[in-house]
Write a protein that binds this ligand. Sequence first.
Ligand SMILES: [Zn+2]
Length: 429
Amino acid sequence: MPSRIRELVEQTSFIDTHEHLIEESVRLSGQTGGHLFPCDDWAYLFMHYLGDDLAVSGMPLADQRRFFDPETPSEEKYRLVAPFWKRVRHTGYGQAVRHTLQGLYGIDDLTESTAERLAEAYTATVRLGFYRHILRELANVEVCQVNSLQRIFMKSEQPDLLAQDLSIVALSTGLDLAEVERDCGKTAQTLDEWLEIIDWYFAQYGPLAVAVKNQSAYSRRLNYQRVPQERAEPLFRRLAQGESLNPEEMKTLQDFLFRYCVEKATAYGLPVKLHTGYYAGHDYMPLERLRLNTGDLCPLLTDFPDTRFVLMHIGYPYQEEFIALAKHYRNVYLDMCWAWIINPQAGVRFLKDFLVTAPVNKVFTFGGDYITVETVYGHSCVARQGISQAIIELVQEGWIRQEETAPIIESVMRGNAETVFPAHIRPDR
Ligand SMILES: [Zn+2]
């Protein structure tokens, strides 16, 4: 029985609901720079998210800088990372990278004797079409939903492979007039003019987008209150004139704009993806704010019954409360993106709990959440291992029957995403 379930999970393709992949042409250009593409060698595979585990394990900042510097020779990179790699190679982030080394390059582990081979294999792999090869052929992913960190909406060169989210951060909760002007050439002095810009983004990209995305949980609570437009108007005008608003005023304006964007997303049939739970990076996470995520969201979930809210990353480490939301609210879906590599065992426990608590159609089980395409493969291996283990254990413990497993696997790996997200994510294969 276990081998039959493992086989089925292996064979079933994922609809990948969350990545931050940069465009393949950027990778092929080799033009490094900035935090999305600091170097074009094997160290790049260790950046996102493993770089945080390396730092937290004790790797000095100066060594991290040398390690991700494109000019540092490969042998020196190995010497810099080796003592810290030993400390993190068993974490979810580490395991995703190890699967990548094995599956993409046939290298069992990073050692002194394999480092040179890895350097060559990394370079040989980066060639035209490598995204499609890694995602479709190796990771068995049909399509990725990408939240671009380069643009508010990225018009991808490969839209059938890299479907795109429309980011509403700069338009609402991370209100940024300068960024929006850089992105689309438009600016506003009044709230009405700003709402016209939001309308323009939705008219332009709503029909192309797969969802809207907001990760303002990194900077604020998720208690988006109802605000009348008359209260938001003078605040926007002052902000546009260069005045700074106090935190309370800023929250009021953000709340209004966020809810406006949720209304637009709903009108365009786009699910609203929200970051919840754990923070990427290190040394700054205010855990007491994260703990409030679920309770903070309830008024919003009640006020927008026709909106499909996708709560990401299982709200780790508060996943049990998120299962309660998905069970209680018709409009809540949970996305395991990133969660498998934050804590693979928590992923297994979560999926087991979820499947015997909430309806099976309300969970998505894979999003690599990566900037680097190579590690999406490694993450997909960790996810498939976890999904198999969760379902095998549920059968062994007598909670579900063997003959019920096939439709569950199909739903959680791809069918649910196919139903909840707009139809144009279906690739023509
Ligand atoms: Zn993400």
